[in-house]
Design a protein around this ligand. Structure first.
Ligand SMILES: [Zn+2]
Length: 341
């Protein structure tokens, strides 16, 4: 398929979705899944090897699950053993991304950018089959995942969605870095980073999920690293797939990528992208305000564990009855208006 034909397919899919959105009363009140399955292949950040994955529609209440099809039938593994539920309790490592591991010890790494795309596109349920130990890094952002999900189409399921509402502030801290969740009638994110390199320096960004803005404001922001770090990781046999095609690579005060940055504050926007993906391990969209300074995947996971360990700090709520939403991601804004009466 040529680039122009592919563009035409995407455009016609988007047009159909918009028409459906106008027809569908109650989007955001009800759970969603994909309309069709869709697949893609790319290089894994850790292994540098090609991995293929397919995202399938899934039933209401099943959430996001991963399935290691390369391990099916090996070492006496049953189907349940190769399935890994996206859940903060299953996060086993936060080195170079977020890794999920199930009780059988089977893992899937680098899930955060696809998880952010699911959250940003308002998708509650999906099954992701992959034939390797990690998801492909693609261009280091969530944009290719968003494009895939949009091409597959999103459909509503006849079961009401559950939101995780933050009732009390919870905060975690580690070596001067911190992250917190506070009550808020929406899904808001604020992040601050500070790097000695002046090319990054101090950056802060605030973002609230609403209709379609994840795709334009956050999804294109790529992951980043310094050349000496990338070389060090590679000498340890890590980040073997890391390259200028899937990350912003900095050397001192210069950006090595042709074409430079996608946003002047692309670095902090990517930190918000990661936080959105990490928070979706809560198993539901979060109604609350996430704030962080210099935090990463480890602290994001610690924050969710702290929230769930504080029973009075959270509750599950449904979107108010009779309120219709233009898109799943826009639900929090409508909830706020409903709350104000
Ligand atoms: Zn990332």
């Amino acid at each position: 398929m040529s680039e122009a034909q592919r563009g035409a397919v995407v455009l016609s899919t988007l047009r159909t979705q918009r028409q459906d959105g106008q027809k569908q009363d109650g989007a955001g009140v009800f759970q969603t899944t994909l309309r069709n399955r869709i697949g893609c292949a790319g290089i894994g950040l850790h292994t540098g090897k090609q991995v293929r994955f397919t995202v399938y529609p899934a039933e209401a209440g099943s959430g996001i699950t991963f399935r290691r099809i390369d391990l099916a039938g090996t070492d006496g593994l049953r189907d349940a053993d190769i399935c890994i539920q996206a859940c903060f309790k299953n996060i086993s490592s936060t080195q170079l991304g977020s890794t999920l591991t199930n009780q059988a010890g089977i893992s899937v790494a680098t899930v955060e950018h696809l998880m952010a795309a699911f959250y940003g596109c308002g998708i509650d349920n999906a099954r992701v089959d992959l034939d390797g130990p990690e998801l492909p890094v693609l261009d280091g952002s969530a944009s290719p995942f968003v494009m895939l999900l949009e091409c597959a189409g999103i459909t509503r399921l006849p079961v009401r969605r559950r939101y995780l509402r933050v009732r009390e502030t919870v905060r975690v801290e580690e070596e001067g870095k911190w992250a917190s969740l506070s009550p808020y009638d929406g899904s808001a994110f604020a992040f601050e980073i500070q790097f000695p390199a002046a090319i990054i320096g101090r950056q802060s960004f605030s973002f609230e999920l609403s209709d379609g803005n994840f795709k334009t404001e956050i999804a294109p922001a790529r992951t980043f690293g310094f050349l000496h770090e990338v070389e060090h990781l590679k000498s340890l046999g890590l980040a073997l797939g890391g390259s200028l095609t899937n990350a912003i690579v900095l050397d001192g005060e210069s950006i090595l990528n042709d074409g430079g940055l996608r946003f002047t504050d692309e670095f902090v926007r990517h930190k918000i992208l990661d936080a959105i993906g990490d928070l979706y391990q809560a198993g539901a969209p979060v109604l609350g305000r996430f704030e962080a300074s210099r935090a990463g995947h480890g602290l994001n996971n610690k924050l969710l564990r702290a929230l769930f360990n504080t029973p009075q700090a959270w509750e599950y709520v449904e979107a108010p009855q009779g309120v219709s939403y233009p898109s799943p991601a826009a639900a929090p804004a409508r909830l706020r208006r409903a709350a104000r009466g």
